[in-house]
Design a protein around this ligand. Structure first.
Ligand SMILES: Nc1ncnc2c1ncn2[C@@H]1O[C@H](COP(=O)(O)OP(=O)(O)OP(=O)(O)O)[C@@H](O)[C@H]1O
Ligand SMILES: [Mg+2]
Length: 403
């Protein structure tokens, strides 16, 4: 496009605010002959009114005007939603550079010194109209991107929910299926026994023994499977971290960590591993100590069960310190087996476990992630080197968000 040529479509509107009839007429002629729609005003008050109702694409504003000056008019335009983004070019015969600075401070985008060459005026108008158009397109693109992002998050959440429901059914199916099978076999045996009894058939000691043996095996298997189902349900409940019942209070982080380690001591003592804690004693938080404790317990338990599994010795270290911007950084590290890069991509997903069938349900880190990001308002990161160990890093605000 030649610089002074207008693109096809609705012609842009330019508002000219100047108290000199000679200038106004000259600009009106030039602009109109080049296809612009032109609004004119002879003082700032009139200009503000025309701008508010005409919503021009660009404003040429004289600085020295009767009443309010051009700078003040520009400041007022920048406070109004409809004209906030309208580019204002100042026109003045003042050559003092300080005046230019005041003009830019007031929100002007450019300066034209009178007397001017009309071609220079046109070039500047075209440049600022093009800039404005590009800005608007960028803004629209940003809005579109934000909408797409929100949709993606929503879809992702729905997919995660679907996976969760599928996982829950699958996990519960095993203990309930086992229980059902055993219970119905036992029911059959009992019916048969009852039949024999009703028919008055002689009851041999060996068959009574067999029945009683079966009964105790069946009840034992039933109890085990029902416990497993109950444990799973407890875990599932934690996935939807109950934000209303959790108690918020101010607490010393070192005390909460120490308290949680204390409850893990019986487990830790049965292993050859040690847990070290280095947290500044005065570090105070206003957050949810219960869920935070759950996070620490999960991460330390994982370090024992997965990280240090099969090792003769090992150390779990919990460190923390203040971060800029009112935050705490806490690391929970082990010097154990580490996690392979492939697995590392999935550890926060529900039901991802490398201990399937031997106690792992794969919900621990999913719950940890939910608590940290939703309830505590922070984030969690993980770094791991196979053979060297794993470090989980928590970034937590000192003051948790309101729920
Ligand atoms: N410190 C660690 N070192 C090595 N692997 C780990 C560590 N922490 C987690 N993992 C890996 O991440 C997987 C997922 O952990 P997560 O806590 O979610 O489930 P889980 O411990 O297997 O089961 P659950 O916690 O539900 O009983 C684990 O199965 C393990 O493979
Ligand atoms: Mg776990």
């Amino acid at each position: 496009m030649v610089p002074n040529e207008l693109p096809a479509g609705i012609p842009p509107t330019v508002l000219v605010v100047d108290d000199s009839p000679t200038f106004l007429t000259a600009l009106l002629d030039h602009l109109a002959s080049r296809g612009f729609l032109v609004l004119i005003a002879r003082n700032a008050e009139e200009g503000l009114m025309r701008a508010e109702f005409g919503l021009p694409d660009l404003i040429l504003m004289d600085v020295v005007l009767p009443g309010i000056d051009g700078f003040e008019a520009c400041r007022r335009l920048k406070c109004v939603e409809g004209t906030r983004d309208t580019p204002v070019i100042f026109m003045t015969s003042l050559t003092d550079p300080r005046q230019k600075i005041i003009g830019f401070d007031a929100g002007g985008v450019d300066y034209i010194t009178k007397p001017f060459q009309i071609e220079e005026v046109m070039a500047r108008i075209h440049t600022h109209l093009a800039l404005r158009k590009a800005n608007r397109e960028l803004q629209q693109m940003c809005e579109q991107l934000n909408r797409a992002k929100a949709e993606l998050v929503q879809n992702e959440k729905l997919a995660a929910l679907g996976a969760l429901v599928a996982g829950i059914s699958h996990e519960l199916n095993t203990p309930i299926g086992n229980g059902l099978m055993i219970a119905s076999a036992f029911e059959d045996q009992t019916k048969e026994m009852r039949g024999q009894f009703a028919r008055g058939e002689p009851m041999r000691r060996s068959s009574l023994d067999a029945y009683l043996n079966n009964a105790s095996t069946a009840t034992e298997v039933l109890v085990r499977n029902l416990h497993r189902a109950a444990d799973l349900v407890t875990n599932f409940k934690q996935v939807a971290v109950d934000q209303t019942s959790a108690q918020r209070r101010t607490f010393l982080l070192a005390e909460v960590v120490a308290g949680n380690i204390l409850t893990l001591l019986p487990t830790i003592r049965r292993t050859p591993y040690q847990v070290l804690q280095d947290i500044p004693p005065s570090l105070m938080m206003d957050s949810y100590p219960g869920p935070l404790g759950q996070v620490i317990t999960n991460l330390v338990t994982n370090a024992i069960i997965h990280g240090l599994d099969g090792r003769d010795s090992g150390t779990i270290t919990i460190n923390s310190g203040l971060e800029v911007d009112d935050g705490v950084i806490m690391t929970i590290a082990d010097d154990g087996n580490g996690i392979t890069p492939d697995n590392l991509l999935h550890i926060f997903e529900p039901f991802f476990t490398t201990k399937l069938g031997v106690g792992g349900s794969g919900l621990g880190l999913h719950i940890v992630h939910n608590i940290v990001s939703d309830m505590l308002g922070g984030r969690i990161e993980v770094r791991s080197t196979p053979g060297k160990g794993t470090v989980f890093t928590l970034y937590l605000p000192l003051t948790a968000p309101k729920h």
